[in-house]
Design a protein around this ligand. Structure first.
Ligand SMILES: *[C@@H]1O[C@H](CO)[C@@H](O)[C@H](O)[C@H]1NC(C)=O
Ligand SMILES: *[C@@H]1O[C@H](CO)[C@@H](O)[C@H](O)[C@H]1NC(C)=O
Ligand SMILES: CC(=O)N[C@H]1CO[C@H](CO)[C@@H](O)[C@@H]1O
Length: 791
């Protein structure tokens, strides 16, 4: 480990210590999700629905959420789909779009096939690893562009087996559900779609033109920002200047700077691998925001048909360490634009990862668009001096200021500068030589809103919803992981603390297997998240408040801004409704003691009777809903005043699932109370009255009888009480064998229910003996089957 690696580790060590609560006892870290829902939980609760296409996998590469038409468009391998959002899911329309005749064969011949690996090695040094693993499948048409062309058509572009192709897709007017490809519109997609299915790529369709950030050649080396498709000549980056260093594009979007439409720009978010900035050896990864004017038409003599307004700046997302050293998160993973209500400035939520080989960390930083504008108004970066260090450009900056759009602002008497072709050569030369701003863009608050450093999975996608709750406005962050799950998180800014408190509300396993999430779109109107992976797409409800439980305290402890206690259940919180005063919600502190005074927790939990036998093991189950809660057991002995906390030792163990007695003693009898402590709020989960049956008493009850195998199967059992097998049952009731015990008892005893006693429970009830020997307790509680499965 080099010295820099040590620095990073110690910084993060400090960070974790600051962030974590050094609380004693078994209280897990707050970044443990409060609720984990499995793939099947989500489906069975109708929280999610999945579309994997007719072949079981779409090989999805593009997704476009069209809220105007209420449609979701999907681009896969050799196919396109349309799903309706407002009706039964999925009801798809499909268009097959394979490569043009001969293209697949040519692709294979050109070396995108493992058999021609010699050629391939020579050709593909820059091809990313994941592509190299699946070369044969690259020779297909992966749809990577899906953009609204006009009211009736979409523009779609695909890799076309390494010959990018575009076409118009008829999607019909609003309310219609049609999808077909216009054969006459098929044309080359060079510059509009990358050749490769997996290389990072961004596009946006604005003002009748498509803006793309991509590598536009077969070898994947010529990185550029490209504009095409309108009546104007296509415009591209100046490749001589090396303006982009191996960029990985994440997002492209039109963002108006001010009400003057002439000043509108398209912004690109990406990371680059640049030569070490301090003149040292090697390369470093940095994240960027870049922009071009929409009314850029290139220069007259310089930069002909090239961008004349392109500028870029660094996006910084770092955590200060104890010694002043910063830990940087430099690899941009995803960007989400949080469009404001009128009068406020746009906020840019960006998800970053570290590029360090030593540890894997992720951070979310938020940038105000105003801060980005300020940086573009600031000094240009200039490389000078003996070591070619970077510094602010100190000389005279020509007019119009390089990088500004031709508009009223640039007009001067006699020199209107109506378009970039009018700009003096001097201005174009300057922008060509100084595309980088000197100052980096700092995040809001100077630090990330979220840092995750010890995750078992990686974070890939981010979507944010601004939610109004009773005690304020919260940004709910949805993070898509590489294991097919979505984390729902809020970051609370505690008063008087620089560090935000992170609350992971839910972890939702959207896809069955561990497939990386590659797309995520939110529909605030529908309160839905559309989550895409290579396999397909899932529709996921943003919230399902009843899942948190049926008690006020559970609803309150969930701290979900979408949910509140309405007096009888945990439901969606809607600000400004007439029932407002009845609503109980406390996101900031999650303190049910204040919010749920009327609710008596003790009263809600009934005492269940449990039997155990002397000298034998027994298990008292207690599964709290939240893994964040600390579990404590108390014992109320008959005749004693108050309950005492259960003392654990070698004989009595506290496990994650409950209390295990290795060998029961007659003195263990009494009422056991399992409580959870969370945010200072104590809650009773289970009350169990344990009665210990003396060994001698049991022996006298059941003399030795034949084993179950020796008795006739089915029907023969009902005539005599099944006393015979109690010893087998007792042997089996070690808690590792539980499923088998249930199975066994089902088989052996349930057939004897016909004796007339109406059985209540699944396997034991209705049989006196069963009740007595049962050592694992099926406690009647508010847990539904899916919660059991989720734990
Ligand atoms: C499942 O959820 C969808 C979307 O919210 C809804 O339209 C549908 O009626 C629900 N189905 C059931 C059976 O609850
Ligand atoms: C959309 O564009 C297509 C192709 O240019 C054209 O045929 C169609 O009429 C246009 N639709 C509308 C509503 O303008
Ligand atoms: C009273 C009783 O049935 N005790 C049993 C407890 O478990 C052991 C084996 O673990 C048996 O041998 C005892 O009979």
């Amino acid at each position: 480990m080099g010295p820099s690696a040590w620095a990073i580790c110690s910084v993060l060590g400090g960070l974790l210590l600051q962030g974590g609560h050094p609380s004693p006892g078994p209280s897990p870290s707050p970044s443990v999700p409060r609720l984990r829902l499995s793939y099947r939980d989500l489906l069975s609760a109708n929280r999610s629905a999945i579309f994997l296409g007719p072949r079981g996998s779409l090989d999805l590469r593009a997704m476009y959420l069209d809220e105007y038409r209420d449609r979701l468009f999907l681009g896969g391998r050799d196919s396109l789909y349309s799903l309706r959002l407002d009706q039964a899911w999925p009801d798809p329309r499909e268009v097959l779009w394979p490569p043009q005749p001969g293209q697949r064969e040519e692709c294979v011949r050109k070396g995108r096939d493992p058999l021609v690996s010699a050629v391939r090695r020579e050709w593909a040094p820059t091809v990313a690893n994941d592509q190299a693993l699946t070369p044969r499948t690259e020779c297909a048409n992966f749809v990577r562009v899906l953009q609204p062309h006009n009211r009736t058509h979409l523009l779609a572009c695909g890799t076309g087996a390494f010959q990018p192709t575009c076409a118009l897709i008829t999607v019909g007017h609003r309310g219609e559900h049609v999808l077909h490809l216009e054969p006459s519109s098929v044309e080359s997609g060079r510059g509009r779609c990358p050749h490769e299915p997996n290389r990072p790529f961004a596009s946006t369709f604005v003002g009748g033109e498509l803006y793309t950030g991509l590598t536009a050649d077969f070898l994947g080396r010529e990185a550029m920002i490209f504009r095409s498709g309108g009546p104007r000549p296509a415009l591209r980056s100046d490749s001589d200047q090396n303006l982009l260093h191996d960029p990985q594009f994440v997002l492209a979007a039109r963002i108006p700077d001010n009400p003057d439409q002439d000043d509108d720009k398209v912004y690109f978010f990406f990371s680059e691998t640049v030569p070490s900035p301090d003149g040292g050896p090697g390369h470093v990864t940095v994240s960027r925001v870049g922009r071009v004017c929409m009314n850029d038409v290139g220069g007259q003599r310089v930069l002909v048909n090239k961008w004349s307004t392109f500028l870029k700046a660094r996006l910084v997302c770092s955590v200060p360490g104890p010694g002043g050293a910063e830990t940087h998160f430099d690899q941009l993973e995803d960007v989400f634009l949080l469009w404001p209500k009128a009068g406020k400035s746009l906020e840019v939520y960006a998800l970053f990862s570290t590029v360090s080989a030593v540890f894997q960390g992720f951070a979310v930083c938020v940038y105000h668009m105003e801060d980005i504008w300020e940086v573009f108004k600031g000094p240009f970066a200039h490389q000078d001096g003996p070591q070619h260090q970077w510094g602010p450009y100190g000389g005279k900056v020509p007019f119009p200021r390089p990088g500004v759009c031709p508009s009223k602002m640039t007009a001067q008497p006699g020199r209107p500068f109506g378009n970039t072709k009018d700009y003096p050569d001097e201005v174009l030369q300057f922008v060509r030589a100084h595309p980088l701003m000197f100052r980096p863009v700092q995040p809001r608050g100077g630090r990330p809103v979220l840092v995750k450093t010890h995750l078992s999975q990686q974070l890939r996608q981010i979507v944010v919803d601004r939610v109004e709750a009773e005690d304020g406005t919260y940004d709910v962050i949805f993070l898509g992981t590489d294991s097919g799950s979505v984390l729902k998180v809020i970051a609370l800014q505690a008063e008087g603390s620089a560090e935000p408190e992170e609350v992971v509300l839910e972890e939702l396993q959207v896809f069955k297997g561990p497939t990386p999430i590659t797309e995520m779109e939110i529909s605030v109107k529908r309160q839905m998240l559309y989550v895409g992976s290579r396999l397909g797409v899932a529709r996921l409800q943003l919230h399902q408040c009843e899942t948190y439980g049926s008690a006020c305290a559970e609803c309150c402890l969930a701290r979900d801004p979408y949910c509140a206690w309405d007096g009888s259940s945990c439901t969606r919180y809607r600000p400004g409704t007439s029932k407002r005063r009845l609503r109980r919600q406390d996101i900031r502190h999650g303190n049910p003691a204040l919010q749920c005074l009327a609710q008596s927790q003790e009263g809600l939990v009934a005492t269940s009777k449990v039997y155990g036998t002397e000298h034998n093991s027994t298990f008292l189950e207690c599964l709290p809903k939240s893994p964040q809660a600390a579990v404590r057991w108390f014992l109320q002995r008959p005749g004693k005043v108050g309950p005492d906390q259960v003392k654990t030792d070698e004989r009595v163990l506290q496990t994650e699932q409950g209390l295990l007695f290795r060998r029961l003693s007659l003195l263990d009898g009494g009422t056991y109370i399992c409580t959870t402590l969370e945010h200072g709020f104590s809650q009773t989960v289970v009350r169990l009255a344990l009665e210990v049956i003396a060994a001698a008493q049991l022996r006298s009850l059941f003399p030795r009888q034949p084993r179950p195998e020796e008795t006739p199967a089915q029907g023969g059992l009902s005539s005599s009480p099944p006393k015979a097998w109690y010893k087998d049952i007792l042997q089996l009731t070690g808690f590792a064998n539980l499923p088998r015990v249930d199975e066994y008892c089902e088989r052996v005893w349930c057939s004897s229910r016909s004796r007339g006693k109406q059985a209540k429970g699944k396997s034991w009830a209705g049989l006196e003996l069963g009740k007595k020997v049962k050592s694992r307790v099926q406690v009647e509680r508010n847990r539904t089957p899916r919660e059991v499965e989720a734990t």
